[in-house]
Design a protein around this ligand. Structure first.
Ligand code: AMP
Length: 189
């Protein structure tokens, strides 16, 4: 199963990806997690990305495309993967199409988690409290920035994948287990 989870920050992509990892036995590939790990480890990539991630902007396509291409070559991605937070721009989606073609892989589905903007702000503020402020980009100001970036740069992917016949839309505001069931129904149908 090769899957993309698409949706604004706080829509539940990470939560759902972690459940699907268990159920389908395929890895979650989160560019946000990879970037945060690089920032924490202060690698050259982390040092370059930190200020951009902290203010809620997108890291360059070249950087994230490279991260994903390398990750897709790992053995654990052979049976499939769940992309969480990538692609985020049309340029990234084009690059993904190219890299998958080169690797002889095909996407099975793109699941859009639809979410209400006010509820997202509430959720992310809660996540910031629960994590004790572990993420520098989980505060209201940066979140509003990230929602704007999503609307401008990532939302066009809904149309992109719809035209390819890959898009499945699920209500991301339902309780977690209901969202999981809806995703499974959508991708297995
Ligand atoms: P996330 O955990 O997916 O919300 O990502 C957190 C932050 O990492 C984003 O706000 C961006 O700064 C950066 N990031 C994650 N994925 C990408 C991507 N595909 N393209 C550009 N920047 C990304």
């Amino acid at each position: 199963m090769r899957l993309i989870l698409l949706g604004p920050p706080g829509a539940g992509k990470g939560t759902q990806a972690k459940i699907l990892v268990e159920d389908y036995g395929i890895p979650q590939l989160s560019t946000g997690d990879i970037l945060r790990a690089a920032i924490a480890a202060q690698t050259p990539l982390g040092l370059e990305a930190k200020a951009i991630v902290d203010r809620g902007d997108l890291v360059s396509d070249t950087i994230v495309n490279g991260i994903v291409s390398e990750r897709l070559d790992a053995e654990d991605c052979k049976p499939g993967f769940i992309l969480d937070g990538f692609p985020r721009t049309i340029a990234q989606a084009n690059a993904l199409d190219q890299m998958l073609a080169q690797k002889g892989m095909k996407l099975d589905a793109v699941v859009e988690l639809k979410a209400d903007a006010d509820e997202l702000v509430r959720r992310v503020i809660q996540r910031a409290k629960d994590s004790g402020g572990a993420r520098a980009d989980d505060n209201e100001e940066v979140l509003r920035k990230r929602l704007g970036v999503y609307a401008e740069q990532t939302a066009p992917l809904v149309n992109y994948y719809s035209q390819k016949g890959l898009l499945k839309t699920v209500d991301g505001m339902a309780p977690v287990d209901q969202v999981t069931s809806a995703i499974k129904t959508a991708i297995e149908s």
